[in-house]
Ligand binder design. Sequence first.
Ligand code: SF4
Length: 470
Amino acid sequence: MTDKPKEACGVIGVYGYPEAAMMAYLGLYALQHRGQEGAGIVSSDGEKIYRHVGQGLVNDVFSSPNIIKKLKGQLAIGHNRYSTTGADQKINVQPILVNSKEGPLALGHNGNLVNSRALRDMLQKSGALFQTTTDSEVIVHLIAHSKEPDIVSSVKDALNKVRGAYSLVILTKDKLIAARDPSGFRPLSFGYLDKGHVVASETCAMDLIGAEYIRDVNPGELLIIDENGIRSESLNGNNEHAHCIFEFIYFSRPDSRVFGEYVDKTRRKLGKRLAEEHPADADIVIAVPDSSNTAALGYAHQLGIPFELGLIRNHYIGRTFIQPQQKIRHFNVKVKFNPVGGVLKGKRVVVVEDSIVRGTTLKILTQVIRKAGAKEVHVRVSSPPIRHPCYYGMDFPTREELIASSMSVEEIRKHLGVDSLGYLSMKGLLSAVPREGRGYCTACFGGPYPVPVEEIFEKAQYENPFQEIF
Ligand code: SF4
């Protein structure tokens, strides 16, 4: 239906708040864009642990207030899942919950490990029985196998063995532990909720529940929140920071603050830089909604061209969409986007898109825009060409499927059938993101892979040999 990389999960943790599970639920609702395959919450009342997980959107999984009521306690963690490693199956929905020698332990993970296969093999050889096909479960087993004397040092020990991207929330009976990998690939913010504390992938989750953002969980930091207060510890590794620059381009919500900066502000700058690099002689600027709206505004504002709503997006397409038996031309794209004829007719149109992956959806969209009466169609992309896959928690297609890996910009223009095409340069991209004390991963655009990728994993390698029937 779409031709976008898929987000790779959202996490939230709440400590010291009477309705912790309710706050986690609301936070997951705000983070829905980061994962739509499954959702779950684990809570603790200090004595017992409660868990509810399921496949589908947050509202599908938590379909009744009674479910939330049963998730008792002042401590809860939640997770929205999109599978980058491990199949889209119920067994893989997080938070994972196990009973370790330290007591019950639950974990929610955003990111992707790059050495999980080797660790999994090693653990299985020493007798570990894996319940899921996710890389996240490797962390749980490493914690359980650790010889360290307490849970915090066991978590530290485990995280010092894994490599790659992780923003984690971990729950024990009486502790909330948040951790971020030393490169800081994925965002993780920390804040106050009355007298309690919250960690969340994006600050939009905090806004919804009335929490106050204080700071990011730092790259390589372990934050332990319990009855003794808040404690910060450091993980090994002095990696340069490698925040995923794609969080600013596309993944994070524009109303969020990630890596210490407002996404909206940065995304507007991307549009502004794009306009400076690739102006167009046009009547209107439109966006491919919703993710390109902000960059399109920046582009239009910079050139003084009116920004118009030329495409309307249908937000209500569920996971199970019934397809018509009769073939309708370009149905899969048209069901999601419809052109506004009155806006487009007779106009020279600039279409701003945040990124091009395969180019399949954009090709059809530009045809649809032309058919609606546009005189000229100019495409502007607020990121550089994507030429390489991501191994740090975004689900990109294979390199061969990425249109820019085999075609020049001019070839892509011809393929799309548009009048002109301009991508933002890497220099332009780096000039738009906040730099002070921060470093970015740009590997999918041709930059170096900041953490060596030890294994090229395919989802199929992690396929579960069992088929569960629910
Ligand atoms: Fe983000 Fe691209 Fe790096 Fe993946 S490769 S972490 S999508 S910048």
